[in-house]
Structure formats: structure tokens, C-alpha cells
Design a protein around this ligand. Structure first.
Ligand SMILES: NC(=O)C1=CN([C@@H]2O[C@H](COP(=O)(O)OP(=O)(O)OC[C@H]3O[C@@H](n4cnc5c(N)ncnc54)[C@H](OP(=O)(O)O)[C@@H]3O)[C@@H](O)[C@H]2O)[C@@H](O)CC1
Ligand SMILES: [K+]
Length: 502
């Protein structure tokens, strides 16, 4: 259930299913019935339902739902965009089974409707919605009538999550076989309401041919590889993460990162601190060790001890040449390297220099930019949310390919993308995460997890980074209102306890 399918991959699933003997007509029947079931489940007391049908197969699903809901005793009205004669094959066949009136698609259909089914556009949305349909959607969004969307809310591009012109704000969305990236990416996710995934008879075996490369970030994606501590283990077998502190007036961010690294299970965490900040860091840290490190040369020396197998730098580091040198020193080591915040911004003028160093490495490198930092390093890859759908998912993938790093493109829909094209989208998050320092904690958590070797030396980086992102979001969600960044690491024990019962 983790795989996310683009519109193109969904049509391949459709074709492969037909080749295996399940006709599209049957899939549409099951899809429409699942929508009707959702309406029945949610609104058993409703009396009248209006079904808004578009000119393609999404509209076909609407006809099926209309027939099923009428049989359940609802008063059903149906409006169609375009003409019955132009409906594609399966949709036309199902439309014949609808015995009620087919009205033109207009805001009239909203009169006295208790519930609306949005079957206007699904995977075939090809351009921005304009004119009368845009006005209808606006009227629906302005009303109190709940809408149940078929596959995706009309106006949302299922593959990119972008709004094409205007989109229906659905109460719930019923989608089929697998989620689409646009159900998890913003702004799409905000329009879907509660999402139900319906089995419509597409066999899982089609996925072997499709080989999807995008996944919802859920524990099932990485739990099998998670480095739970072993009874016979010791702190040295759980890795040693190094976190670089900023100068005396900017040490907090690195301490947040160090706490994240420790709580996620790194056996040892060392803070590499400029001498002028040593006593400040030392007075604030207990389990985290503090070592004096001034400049790139001393940092290289520290990392020449290969037991220090992960380095996190960027939080509080300051922007400029010294930061670039520290990053380069880390990249020349054999440690896994996480570069965040100032560590990324310092390369805004010469991103290729950074990428060249990353491309040369054997050990994993992870970038953790938020949208602003992403735009500084990859100005031409900035995702769009309006108009042409170039998604955050594709931007992150392209950035990973270009840089050679695993890119964690942060936000409410954090994307983890690897240079080989694999990607996960995280949907467990919390609005309370939008507070100072939570990104520093995440960088530390990633570094702390990379320090622990997953699956006997073979470190599945994609899984490790996805796990850290999920755990970070889940810790924030579990804490809830009033969260500050210090709370995120402290929630990890509770999140781990819950994971251990899965
Ligand atoms: N795949 C599967 O396994 C299954 C798929 N199923 C269902 O099929 C749905 C996909 O159907 P689909 O491909 O026919 O596309 P759909 O979304 O109905 O729209 C195409 C029509 O809209 C039109 N149009 C587009 N944009 C427009 C605009 N802005 N403004 C105006 N018009 C616009 C476009 O016109 P054209 O671009 O051709 O001019 C065309 O006429 C999928 O979401 C799911 O619900 C299920 O039945 C079960 C199995
Ligand atoms: K729809």
C-alpha cells in the first residue's frame, strides 16, 4: 500500500489488469460502488445527493455511484459536462444504466443537495479549470455542502498535488488501488479531506511491471531495517555521531541536533566545538561529549578516527568561507555527512563545487534544505504550486540526481529523494513543527541514525533517512499543542515504544 502511482503508472495498471482478464467495465463498477459506500457510511441520514460528472472515466465512476445510491434510496440528481455520446467506452456503458435525468453541469445541482459527489476530473485533468466549471467549484466551496471526491478532488493534479486553476475542497476522497503523490503533497493533501483507498480488483502483481519509485513514508517502508539495539551490543556498535557547533553566540542549534542524534540511538555523540564556545557547550551537555575543534584542519583530524562514522553540520555554523571549508573537510572524510542550514547556504554562489565533492564520495551524504535553502542551491528546480505541475517530488528527485546527495526537501510534506530516483513523501507531521530549531533536531536525528549501521554494514540510506523524517514528524504529532524543538527528541522514547508493538 506504500507505493504511490502517477497518472501514467495508473493507466499502465489499468492496461495490465485488462490483459489479465479483468475488464475496465468491472473496475469502474467497483470504483463507483466504493464511492457510493463511502457516501452511505458517512451520510446515512442524507436524503438528496447530486453527482457532478465530467466527460471522462472519472464521470463514469460518477454514473455508477449515482445508480448505486438511487438503489439505496437516496434522491439522486446527476449533471454531466459535455454530451452522453462523447463519453469514453466504459463510462458510456455505465451511463446507459442510469435511468434518471442527465442535466447539464451547473450550480443548479447544488440546490437542496445534502451531499455532492465530485466526479468531474480525475487522473485525466489536463489543464487549468476555467469558466463555468470554475464558477461551479467556487459556489460548491462557498457552500456548506460536503463533497466526496472520486479519485482526486477535481482541480488537483494527482501526480504533482498542484491546483490547476481552482479545486474542490473535499470532505473525503475515495481513490483506487494505490494513493497518488498528489494525495500527500501540498497543496493537494489539504483538498482531499479524509482519504479512503478502495480495492477495485487491480491485482498487486501489476506492480512488478510498473516498479514504482515513490512511496508514502510509513514505518512499513523501513521498519524491517531499523537498527534496534541488540542485547549483545555496546555503545561502540551503535555508532558515533559528531555534531559541529557554531561560535559562542550560536551554539543552541548544534545542541538540539546532538540531542536528536543521541535520542535516536547513536551510541556516542561528540560536539565539535570552537574553543571560544567550549565552556558554554560543556556546561549545557551531559551525555554528549565536547571536543575543541577550530577550523577545517582540526575537524579533519577529528574525523580521521573512522569510528566517528557520521557528521552533522550546518545548524548555527554561520554562512561563509569557513563554513564551506568545514563542509569540505567533512566530505573528504569517510563518515556519513548531513549538511543542513548554513552548511548549504554557504554554497549558494557555487553549488557545483559542493556537488562535485559529494559525487566523489562513497559514504552517504544528505542535504536537508527547507524551501528557501533548496531554492538557493537549486534555483531552477523550485517547485510550482500553480499552473504547470512541476512537483516538489520531481524537484527533490532532480536535485538528488544533480548533487549526488540524498535530498530531504523539508516542509509539511517532506520528500526524501535519492540520486537513483527513489523517493518517499511524509504525511505525518504537525503544524506545531513550524517553530525554531526543529530542523536542527531533524538533521541530528538523521546523523544519529546514519551512525548506526542498519542491516549488518549494508546501510540502506533511503530507509534510514525516511525513518528519521517519519520519527521526527510522529514525535511532534504525539506531543501535540505547544511543542518547542526541545520536545521533539524527548518524545522519541514514546514513539519507539509504540513502534515496538507494531
Ligand atoms: N485507471 C484505472 O485503472 C481506473 C480509472 N478510473 C477512473 O478514471 C479516471 C481517469 O479517467 P480519464 O483518463 O478518462 O480522465 P478524467 O479525469 O475523467 O478526465 C478526462 C476528461 O476531462 C477533460 N478535461 C481534462 N482537463 C480539463 C479541463 N481543465 N477542463 C475541461 N475539460 C478537461 C478531458 O478532455 P481532453 O483533455 O481530452 O480535451 C477528458 O475529456 C480516474 O481518475 C478514475 O476516476 C476508474 O474508473 C477505475 C479504473
Ligand atoms: K474528481
Amino acid at each position: 500500500m506504500l507505493e504511490l502511482l502517477t497518472a501514467k503508472e495508473m493507466s499502465v495498471a489499468d492496461r495490465l489488469t485488462a490483459e489479465r482478464g479483468v475488464p475496465g467495465y468491472d473496475l469502474m463498477q467497483n470504483a463507483g460502488d466504493a464511492v457510493a459506500d463511502e457516501v452511505f457510511k458517512r451520510y446515512p441520514q442524507a436524503e438528496s445527493v447530486s453527482v457532478l460528472c465530467g466527460p471522462g472515466n472519472n464521470g463514469g465512476d460518477g454514473f455508477v455511484a449515482a445508480v448505486a445510491l438511487q438503489q439505496k434510496g437516496y434522491r439522486v440528481r446527476l449533471g454531466l459536462l459535455g454530451s452522453l455520446e462523447k463519453l469514453p467506452g466504459d463510462a458510456a456503458a455505465h451511463a446507459e444504466r442510469w435511468e434518471g435525468e442527465v442535466e447539464p453541469l451547473s450550480a443548479d445541482l447544488l440546490d437542496e443537495a445534502d451531499v455532492v459527489i465530485d466526479a468531474i476530473f480525475g487522473a485525466g485533468l489536463a489543464r487549468p479549470i476555467e469558466g463555468d466549471i470554475a464558477a461551479l467549484i467556487e459556489a460548491l466551496n462557498d457552500s456548506d455542502i460536503p463533497a466526496i471526491a472520486v479519485d482526486v478532488p477535481s482541480g488537483i493534479d494527482g501526480t504533482s498535488g498542484s491546483v490547476r486553476g481552482i479545486a474542490i475542497e473535499a470532505e473525503a476522497t475515495v481513490t483506487f488501488f494505490r494513493l497518488k503523490p498528489g494525495h500527500l503533497l501540498l497543496p493537494g493533501r489539504l483538498y482531499c479531506g479524509e482519504i479512503t483507498l478502495a480495492d477495485i480488483g487491480i491485482p498487486d502483481s501489476v506492480l512488478q511491471d510498473i516498479a514504482p519509485s515513490a512511496f508514502g513514508n510509513e514505518p512499513r517502508l523501513w521498519l524491517g531495517d531499523f537498527p534496534w539495539p541488540e542485547v549483545g551490543g555496546h555503545k561502540y556498535s551503535r555508532g558515533h555521531a559528531v555534531v559541529v557547533s557554531g561560535p559562542a553566540d550560536a551554539t543552541g542549534a548544534a545542541r538540539l541536533a546532538a540531542r536528536g542524534a543521541l535520542r535516536i540511538g547513536a551510541g556516542l555523540v561528540t560536539m565539535a566545538s570552537p574553543k571560544d564556545a567550549l565552556s558554554i557547550n560543556a556546561s549545557q551537555l551531559t551525555a554528549v561529549m565536547v571536543r575543541p575543534v577550530d577550523g577545517a584542519k582540526e575537524f579533519s583530524e577529528l574525523l580521521s578516527d573512522t569510528r566517528k562514522n557520521s557528521a552533522v553540520l550546518g545548524p548555527g555554523l554561520g554562512v561563509g568561507k569557513p563554513a564551506c571549508e568545514m563542509v569540505q573537510a567533512a566530505l573528504e572524510s569517510r563518515a556519513a555527512v548531513v549538511i543542513d542550514a548554513d552548511g548549504l547556504t554557504s554554497f549558494a554562489d557555487a553549488p557545483d563545487k559542493l556537488f562535485d565533492s559529494v559525487q566523489d564520495r562513497q559514504a552517504p551524504t544528505v542535504f536537508t534544505p527547507h524551501a528557501g535553502e533548496f531554492a538557493r542551491l537549486f534555483p531552477d528546480l523550485k517547485p510550482k504550486t500553480e499552473g504547470e505541475p512541476a512537483s516538489k517530488l520531481e524537484s527533490a528527485r532532480e536535485a538528488a540526481k544533480r548533487s549526488g546527495a540524498v535530498v530531504v526537501f523539508k516542509g509539511p510534506d517532506t520528500v526524501v529523494a535519492t540520486p537513483d530516483g527513489r523517493a518517499s513523501i511524509n504525511a505525518t507531521s504537525s503544524p506545531w513543527l513550524a517553530t525554531a530549531g526543529t530542523g536542527d533536531v531533524l538533521a541530528g536525528m538523521i546523523g544519529g541514525l546514519l551512525a548506526q549501521e542498519m542491516l549488518d554494514q549494508a546501510l540502506p540510506v533511503f530507509e534510514a533517512v525516511s525513518a528519521a523524517v517519519w520519527l521526527h514528524g510522529e514525535a511532534a504529532r504525539a506531543f501535540g499543542p505547544g511543542l518547542i524543538s526541545e520536545d521533539v527528541p524527548e518524545m522519541l522514547p514514546e514513539v519507539f515504544r509504540a513502534l515496538l508493538t507494531l
